[in-house]
Design a protein around this ligand. Structure first.
Ligand code: RB5
Length: 296
């Protein structure tokens, strides 16, 4: 499971409130908060506790902590309350820089900061809590089923340039991505990267994958050998979306010699933002999974 860390300065009002609000919506996820200049051990501000209580949340046991690099291990996503705090966190934790965003940017409103209500009355804290809840809802609508999850992406030499285009589009949209290589134009073997991303998806290290080779065919054949992977070769938006909605595909394969950058970007975003519909499709996907087990 992925982890989210909300970041503010003192870790006594904005970030613990944000963490409590999201925890209530996603009890399955590991949701933390931390400061960049916290007085460690301080309780949440009185007004933050009061506003939390009004929303049925509990900040009584909260104690402030400062962010540290292990907090960002694995696929952890950092969501800072302002652009300035996001910049500061990226500077301090460079290994996680591509997974740290301002909450506004993550929600698709890059100019929106969540201001510091410290020292102000309950009304200002209420405004902050509402703003955070709105931004979280927008982020959820925007990033869809992947809400908190990192995307694993890989290519061979033939898919390298298209992979960079797709990666840039994901980052622009605030979707965290981890690149499993290749990172050079030197000739290499696509099954190596299909295996790396396939295992990352099957183990839950990432929420979904994108694999790119010359045609996408080699990647899809190789990735589908891994138990738990459902890789779909879908070089345009509708096919990519239906691969999620109907087939519960967890890896999208693209062919750089068949699909141009614009279509590839659209296919990747529609794939990642669509959800499995279940119902009659669940019965069919269960039959595919049973075949996986039969063939073990
Ligand atoms: C590499 O030349 C090419 O064979 C590979 O990228 C892919 O198309 C395989 O399916």
């Amino acid at each position: 499971m992925e982890r989210v860390v909300f970041l503010c300065s003192g870790n006594t009002c904005r970030s613990p409130l944000a963490a409590a609000i999201l925890r209530a919506r996603r009890p399955d996820a590991d949701i933390l908060s931390a400061g960049l200049a916290a007085l460690e051990g301080s309780p949440a501000a009185e007004a933050a506790r009061a506003v939390a209580r009004e929303r049925g949340l509990d900040l009584e046991g909260h104690r402030a902590q400062n962010a540290y690099s292990e907090l960002f291990s694995g696929g952890t996503i950092g969501l800072a309350m302002t652009r300035r705090l996001a910049d500061e966190a990226r500077r301090r934790f460079p290994d996680a820089a591509d997974r740290i965003f301002s909450l506004g940017a993550y929600a698709g409103s890059p100019d929106q900061d969540v201001g510091d209500p410290i020292g102000q009355g309950d009304a200002e804290y209420r405004i902050v809590a509402n703003q955070v809840a709105d931004l979280l809802r927008e982020a959820e609508a925007r990033t869809g089923w992947l809400y908190l999850q990192t995307v694993g992406i890989g290519s061979d030499h033939a898919g390298l340039i298209l992979k960079r285009e797709v990666l840039a589009a994901l980052r622009q949209e605030g979707i965290p991505a981890r690149d499993y290589g290749t990172d050079s134009a030197e000739s290499c073997d696509y099954p190596d990267f299909a295996q790396a991303v396939g295992h990352a998806v099957a183990s839950g290290e990432v929420g979904a994958g994108v694999l790119i080779c010359g045609t996408g065919i080699g990647m899809s054949i190789a990735a589908n050998k891994i138990l738990g992977v459902r890789a779909a070769l879908a070089g345009e938006g509708l096919a990519a979306e239906l691969a999620r909605r109907h087939n519960d595909a967890n890896i999208l394969c693209l062919g750089s010699r068949l699909t141009g950058p614009e279509l590839a970007r659209e296919a990747a975003l529609r794939f990642l933002r669509s959800s499995f519909e279940g119902g009659r499709h669940a019965r069919r996907v269960a039959k595919i999974s049973a075949m996986d087990l039969d063939n073990r």
